[in-house]
Design a protein around this ligand. Structure first.
Ligand SMILES: CC(C)(COP(=O)(O)OP(=O)(O)OC[C@H]1O[C@@H](n2cnc3c(N)ncnc32)[C@H](O)[C@@H]1OP(=O)(O)O)[C@@H](O)C(=O)NCCC(=O)NCCS
Length: 184
């Protein structure tokens, strides 16, 4: 499925397939503070951000990724990035980051809940992966809200050289979507 030109509308947000026009927002907002509990590290040069966006657009077109930007529905302001990665596998992986100034509005929860619904409606999958650092409490609340269960734990060293203990939540398809698909 080509996911390079999709828009999902939620109560407060638009989730849109990533585009190069958001390069300055992503470069400015994807900071060391934001990546504290994440595997990737912030870009030093905007060329790195442009490369990330180009690769994501290619993967979206090929149907292996659904990388999005998150925008405020009222004023179009950039809020963050997220996605459903490896959508060509039976166990795709969820990702999310919200810019610092927009924390505290549950935009992360709103985004992941919408991406889960999109996945239920569009993909045939076994479960969604949500790997999160054990001490990233705001993030852990998201898979827990969606009924996710910790199925695996492991340690990694992220690209900034920091050791993280990862809890891998699994979020299963919502039954009625499974039933519907069976009847298609
Ligand atoms: C993870 C993230 C997307 C969550 O954003 P959000 O859903 O908008 O979350 P909010 O800021 O509204 O906070 C969500 C909950 O965490 C709680 N919370 C916030 N900071 C907290 C902290 N330091 N310790 C414990 N709980 C905290 C909030 O009170 C809120 O609780 P509630 O749901 O009971 O009201 C956001 O924190 C973020 O972008 N972090 C940096 C990038 C990152 O770590 N991404 C996830 C990688 S797995």
């Amino acid at each position: 499925m080509d996911t390079s030109n999709l828009t999902i509308e939620t109560n407060n947000l638009y989730l849109k397939s990533i585009k190069e026009e958001y390069k300055n927002d992503i470069f400015r907002e994807f900071t060391a503070e934001i990546t504290t509990h994440m595997f990737p590290k912030p870009a030093k040069k905007i060329e790195e951000t442009i490369e990330f966006i180009k690769t994501s657009i290619k993967e979206n077109k090929e149907g292996s990724n659904f990388q999005i930007v998150i925008l405020n529905k009222q004023n179009g302001d950039f809020i963050g990035c997220g996605g459903v990665h490896h959508i060509d596998r039976k166990t795709p992986e969820l990702g999310i980051w919200i810019k610092k100034s927009a924390h505290g509005n549950a935009y992360g929860k709103e985004t992941i809940t919408a991406l889960k619904k999109w996945t239920d409606e569009n993909l045939d999958y076994d479960y969604l992966l949500y790997p999160v650092a054990a001490d990233n409490y705001p993030s852990r609340k998201i898979p827990e809200l969606l009924g996710g269960k910790i199925a695996r734990e492991y340690d990694i060293t992220n690209m900034s050289g920091k050791k993280l203990h990862i809890l891998e939540y699994r979020i299963y398809p919502t039954d009625n979507y499974v039933e519907n698909k069976k009847n298609i």
